[in-house]
Ligand binder design. Structure first.
Ligand SMILES: NC(=O)c1ccc[n+]([C@@H]2O[C@H](COP(=O)([O-])OP(=O)(O)OC[C@H]3O[C@@H](n4cnc5c(N)ncnc54)[C@H](OP(=O)(O)O)[C@@H]3O)[C@@H](O)[C@H]2O)c1
Length: 290
């Protein structure tokens, strides 16, 4: 699909799957807004994209997705820079081997992997609706099957911290968010789908010290390349074949049925309400409505 005239926003484009996604979108003519927390790394991504697509219209936007204030600021900057946004790829993600909290006092994996998707998307919804047909892609994972359901009694993982369970819950949250958002966006011309990229050799988990980095390098020898890992995100972002499909889960460029916990619409609605509270969106919508 030729993406000339289409504006695409990608988070986590300084590495791995996000970088490969951005490179491909740029090669098809898209105007790109790249959200990154480290501008030096962002500049390297820009150089890498420009080496392949010299005229690529792209711009870096700095935001640490651990910080809700940063997310609000960058959403404002994106909305100001782009009168239309046709594609939002929520891709930035982390695996944290030990417990930490964000500046907002929220467990970091849940904050970056789920709440950042939730908040940035909601803040850009007017732009996406106004640009319909538009698409949202949430990069989730089959790791959602590591857990049996959302840990509503301990969303902050304060009672027990087991990193892969924490990651699994955050990726389950991506799919539940996708389902509830799809329901809310019905007939709006904006679709939202979740993807599993497969096992991909990237920088994921590399933030946990030299030992974790070395292990991931070795394990990565058996994984697919970032370009192959980006294929499903790109398929869901651009393929005319799935025009109009929403609330679905894709892997290997095909629709898949996610685990039972990811099909729980009651949990999806509950997670939405909690996410609104945790991001302050509940207050914003209430005051906008009054
Ligand atoms: N790799 C896999 O096998 C695999 C499998 C299933 C799902 N996924 C999902 O794929 C997505 C991309 O991961 P990846 O494998 O490509 O990992 P990666 O190479 O580590 O890339 C992660 C990206 O997220 C960014 N990021 C992390 N925390 C951030 C923050 N607080 N603020 C702003 N940006 C932040 C990173 O920025 P920096 O460069 O500044 O760190 C980087 O650009 C994630 O959602 C992950 O859960 C990956």
């Amino acid at each position: 699909m030729d993406l000339k005239g289409k504006t695409c926003v990608v988070t986590g484009a300084t590495s791995g799957i996000g970088e490969a996604t951005a490179r491909n979108l740029a090669s098809r003519g898209a105007t790109l807004g790249l959200v990154c927390r480290d501008l030096a790394k962002g500049e390297r991504t820009v150089e890498c994209i420009r080496a392949q697509t010299p005229e690529a219209p792209l711009r870096l936007f700095r935001a640490d997705l651990e910080s809700q204030a940063d997310i609000r600021r960058v959403a404002g900057e994106l909305a100001e820079a782009y009168p239309q946004i046709h594609l939002l790829v929520n891709n930035a993600g982390i695996v944290n081997l030990s417990y930490s909290e964000t500046v907002d006092g929220i467990e970091t994996t849940f904050a970056v992997n789920h709440l950042a998707y939730f908040l940035l998307t909601n803040l850009l919804l007017d732009r996406l609706r106004g640009s319909a047909p538009a698409r949202i892609v949430n990069v989730a994972s089959d790791a959602h099957k590591f857990v049996r359901g959302m840990n509503f009694d301990d969303l902050g993982h304060k009672q027990k911290y087991a990193s892969m369970r924490v990651y699994g819950h955050s990726k389950l949250a991506n799919i539940l968010f996708t389902r509830e958002l799809a329901r809310r966006l019905d007939a709006s011309g904006v679709t939202v789908n979740a993807v599993h990229p497969g096992a991909v050799a990237t920088g994921l988990a590399g933030n946990n010290g030299a030992w974790a980095k070395a292990v991931m390098k070795v394990v990565g020898l058996f994984f697919k390349s970032p370009d192959k890992g980006a294929a499903t995100s790109l398929f869901v972002a651009t393929s005319p074949e799935i025009e109009g499909l929403s609330g679905r889960y894709f892997a290997n460029c095909k629709e898949r049925t996610p685990g039972a916990a990811a099909r729980d619409d009651v949990a999806a609605a509950r997670l939405w309400a909690i996410s609104e509270e945790l991001t302050g969106l509940a207050t914003t919508s209430a005051s906008a409505g009054s």
